[in-house]
Design a protein around this ligand. Structure first.
Ligand code: CU
Length: 166
């Protein structure tokens, strides 16, 4: 193929890589998203540990309408019909108890950890603390794809230059 076409292809690959990098960084800055199902008159999981900046999405799977309503902190999903969702991003570390307003025996708890906190080894060593794994941020895979595309683009670009020189 003509060198100019190959060069344009390499440039397109590098541009695509750049776009993926930017998208990936944005995704990572946004934090992970955690799903809580409302099913059979219960929140699942009933207790969820997340990191500040993460988003929680409650989805009602019951035929009966439910809410996710903070008992101390002021958040309220309002009545969610079957299939409806409510999302909230938690930026302040702390423990948030919540319940379903029509069915107060339905309770749940969110533990929001500070964003920078790394899991510390349990005292006495050896045991890994039982920390909920955050959902794999999509940003990491986008960054990886961007890296791969950049590598391919560079290789194609180098081959084009070598052919033009020789
Ligand atoms: Cu309910």
């Amino acid at each position: 193929m003509p060198a100019s076409t190959a060069r344009r292809g390499a440039l397109a690959l590098l541009l695509a890589a750049l776009v993926l990098f930017v998208l990936g960084s944005l995704e990572m800055a946004r934090g992970a998203t955690h799903a809580v199902a409302i099913a059979d008159f219960a929140f699942a999981p009933a207790t969820l540990t997340i990191t500040a900046g993460d988003t929680v999405t409650w989805t009602n799977e019951d035929a009966v309408a439910h809410t996710a309503t903070g008992t101390t902190a002021g958040f309220d999903s309002g009545l969610l019909d079957q299939g409806e969702s409510f999302s909230l991003t938690f930026t302040t570390p702390g423990t948030y108890d919540y319940l379903c307003t029509p069915h107060p025996s339905m309770t749940g708890q969110l533990v929001v950890l500070a964003a920078a906190s790394a899991p510390t080894p349990a005292p006495g060593g050896g045991q890994v603390p039982d920390v909920a794994m955050p959902a794999q941020p999509r940003g990491i895979s986008l960054l990886g794809l961007g890296l791969a595309l950049a590598a391919v683009g560079l290789l194609v670009g180098l081959r084009v230059r070598r052919r033009a020189a020789g």
